[in-house]
Design a protein around this ligand. Structure first.
Ligand code: AHM
Ligand code: MG
Length: 320
């Protein structure tokens, strides 16, 4: 049997690549590693908890109130990040405002604790997306400017996919590495070192129900994909669609629509982390005219159109 390397070991081995103090990265990622495992456990028994154990009411067997999984995941990530002390504030999809820890930590985190949550009830893959920034402000409390940094300032970004297996994928700007959770030992093991995405692909992922809202250029591009007999694949969970395309080569599109004139996805905790990962893997991410990572955020829950994936496909789409 070849030597298995765990995520914890890998982080320690690569922490010299991290610009800031050795050990900080390892502490930062530990919260995500632990929370990811705990969310994974809850996701896997979601059907059980609600339909069987919870059948008599809304309380679980311990007499606790049943929590929606996205709220559970949010509370858990925040609790672990708070207790670990490196992070002084979090911006989450689940919270209107910044959650402050007032501990003087040197980092801030943005996250979507459980993305694609409409897919939980139907047993389809969902994910966690996160991004870590070095804070700019000083003092105990983080400031809005700490969160208004462009994606180029991310010091690390990653996602966890709760799929047919659970994987954690992250980058610190030195390549992209993927770890698969071995449920028998409860440990993330290195399964995909130095991930790269194919330069071109033959999968396009878009909610075609919105086709008539898309700009003529986007519509022409989608038509072109069909003329080339490409495969249409759309799960409706960003992390799952992104992960498949990253591995196989493809493009994911969520352009502006009539309902969401600025796009649906959020810049800080959906587009930016995945844009950093795709670029590190050799791909591209744009809002149609500008590089996602160079957009200057102006608000926490800012939305952006997102066109992301294999370089040749994103470039072709942009030219249209
Ligand atoms: P959410 O953050 O409310 O879960 O919404 C984000 C999700 C993405 O995971 C997914 O790619 C997209 O919304 C799907 O949207 P639609 O159902 O409009 O196609
Ligand atoms: Mg989301």
């Amino acid at each position: 049997m070849s030597q298995v390397k765990t995520l914890a070991e890998f982080i320690v081995e690569r922490q010299h690549e991290f610009t800031y103090a050795t050990g900080e990265l390892s502490q930062l990622l530990t919260s995500f590693r632990l929370a990811g495992k705990m969310v994974n456990r809850e996701v896997n028994k979601a059907g059980l908890a609600e339909d069987i154990l919870g059948a008599q009411g809304t309380e679980n067997v311990q007499g606790e109130q049943q929590q929606k999984l996205d709220v559970y995941a949010n509370d858990l990530f925040i609790r672990l990040l708070r207790s670990q002390g490196m992070v002084c504030a979090v911006a989450s999809e689940e919270n209107d405002d910044i959650v402050h820890f007032d501990n003087g930590g040197k980092y801030v985190v943005t996250m979507d604790p459980l993305d694609g949550s409409s897919n939980i009830d139907v047993n389809v893959s969902i994910g966690t997306i996160f991004s870590i920034y070095r804070r700019l402000s000083t003092g105990d409390k983080a400031a809005m400017e700490d969160f208004m940094q462009p994606g180029t300032a991310q010091v690390a970004a990653g996602y966890i996919i709760y799929g047919s297996s659970t994987m954690l994928v992250y980058t610190t700007g030195h390549g992209v590495h993927g770890f698969t959770l071995d449920p028998s030992i409860g440990t993330f093991c290195l399964s995909h070192p130095d991930m790269t995405t194919p330069a071109d692909g033959s999968i396009f992922s878009v909610n075609e129900g919105n086709l008539h809202d898309f700009s003529p250029g986007i519509q022409r591009y989608i038509d072109d994909c069909k003329k080339q007999r490409m495969s249409a694949r759309y799960i409706g969970s960003l992390v799952a669609d992104f992960h498949r395309n990253l591995m196989k080569g493809g493009i994911y599109l969520y352009p502006a629509t009539a309902k969401a004139p600025k796009g649906k996805l959020r810049l800080l905790y959906e587009a930016n982390p995945l844009a950093m990962i795709v670029e590190q893997a050799g791909g591209m991410a744009t809002d149609g005219s500008a590089r996602i990572l160079e957009l200057k955020p102006t608000e926490l829950h800012q939305r952006t159109p997102l066109l992301i994936g294999s370089k040749a496909m994103v470039e072709k789409l942009r030219s249209m």
